[in-house]
Design a protein around this ligand. Structure first.
Ligand SMILES: [Zn+2]
Length: 303
C-alpha cells in the first residue's frame, strides 16, 4: 500500500508522519521548531531520512507552512509567527531533501483538508476549519478543493478586524479576531476578571472553568462570543455546511463552543445558519500533517 508523508510546521513544533491510502496514520512524531531556517532544513532532512529508513519507499509528501503561501511563486509571502521562513525558495529546498513528488501549502489549508478527508468533514460541500491557539488558523475546502483566493491569501479569518481599540496583532493591525480570541487573550481576560495574576496558560483557565471558577468561565465565554460573531460573518458570506473548531483553546475548555454557536445564530441569517453545523474538529493537532499527506496523495494519485 502506498505511503504518503506529511509535515506540519508550527511556531513551536514541527509535526510529521506517514499516512496510508486509507487515511490511517502509520507513524507520527513531533520535534521542536528550530529558530532559524538552516536548522529547520537540516531537521526536515533528518525527519525524512528517518521516515524513509524505517518505513521504506514513500510515494509523495505534503509540507504545510505557517503563513501566506503563494502557489505561483512557491514562497511564503508573510509569516507573522515564523518570519524566518518568508521569501525563501521552498520548492528548491524541498526538492533537494525529499526526492519524491511533493506539494507545499499553508498549514491551515492542509489541516482543513485533513479534517475534510479523514476527520469531521463528512460529505461536506463547503467546510471551514478554525484552529484556535496562540493564533487563529483558517482553512476553507470548497467542492473538495482548497480555496486559496487570488494569490494564496484567502482564509485568514484571524485577521478580521473586530475591535478598533484592541491589542496590536502580529500582522501589524489592531484588534484582529486573533488578538480577541487567542489563548493569550483568554489568559489576559481571566486576569482582568479575577485579579489573579498567577494563572499561566489557557489550559489553566480551562481547568479552572471546569472546576466552577466563574471568572474562568466568563473569560472562555467572552472569547466564544467574539468568535461566534465572526462565524456569523462567515456563514452569511459563504453559506458553509460545516464549520469545525479545533486547536488548543477548544481542547482546554468546552465553554467556548456554546457561546460561539449562540452568537453565530444571533448574528447570521436564519436560512444560512440552519443548514450549517458548528462542531469540534476531530483530528486534533494531527490534522495538519494528515492533511498534508492526503493532499499529496490526491495531487499525485497513484495509478
Ligand atoms: Zn492580525
Amino acid at each position: 500500500m502506498d505511503l504518503f508523508a506529511g509535515f506540519d510546521l508550527g511556531g513551536s513544533r514541527l509535526k510529521y508522519g506517514l499516512v496510508d491510502t486509507r487515511g490511517e496514520v502509520i507513524f507520527h512524531r513531533h520535534v521542536e521548531t528550530p529558530g532559524n531556517r538552516g536548522d529547520l532544513l537540516s531537521l526536515m532532512a533528518e525527519c525524512w531520512e528517518r521516515l524513509s529508513r524505517t518505513h521504506g519507499p514513500i510515494h509523495s509528501a505534503g509540507i504545510g507552512l505557517p503563513g501566506i503561501f503563494s502557489d505561483d511563486r512557491k514562497r511564503i509571502l508573510h509569516s507573522p509567527h515564523c518570519p524566518f521562513i518568508e521569501e525563501f525558495d521552498w520548492n528548491a529546498a524541498c526538492a533537494g531533501i525529499l526526492g519524491v513528488p511533493f506539494v507545499l501549502d499553508n498549514e491551515a489549508n492542509l489541516a482543513a483538508y485533513g479534517e475534510f478527508r479523514a476527520g469531521a468533514g463528512g460529505e461536506s460541500r463547503c467546510l471551514i476549519l478554525l484552529t484556535l491557539g496562540s493564533g487563529i488558523g483558517t482553512g476553507i475546502i470548497m467542492g473538495g478543493e482548497i480555496w486559496r483566493g487570488a494569490c494564496g491569501a484567502a482564509a485568514e479569518l484571524g485577521h478580521m478586524p473586530v475591535n478598533p481599540d484592541g491589542a496590536l496583532c502580529a500582522c501589524g493591525n489592531r484588534g484582529c479576531l486573533e488578538t480577541e480570541v487567542s489563548a493569550g487573550r483568554i489568559v489576559e481576560l481571566y486576569r482582568e476578571l479575577s485579579d489573579d495574576q498567577a494563572v499561566g496558560s489557557c489550559r489553566d483557565v480551562g481547568r479552572r472553568a471546569l472546576e466552577g471558577d466563574p471568572s474562568a468561565r466568563r473569560a472562555m465565554e467572552r472569547a466564544g462570543s467574539s468568535l461566534g460573531r465572526a462565524i456569523a460573518v462567515v456563514i452569511n458570506l459563504l453559506n458553509p455546511d460545516t464549520i469545525l473548531l479545533g486547536g488548543g483553546v477548544m481542547e482546554s475548555s468546552g465553554f467556548v463552543l456554546g457561546p460561539a454557536r449562540e452568537q453565530a445564530k444571533r448574528h447570521s441569517l436564519k436560512a444560512a445558519f440552519d443548514c450549517c453545523s458548528i462542531q469540534p474538529a476531530a483530528l486534533g493537532n494531527r490534522a495538519g500533517f494528515i492533511g498534508a499527506a492526503l493532499y499529496a496523495g490526491n495531487v499525485f494519485a497513484p495509478d
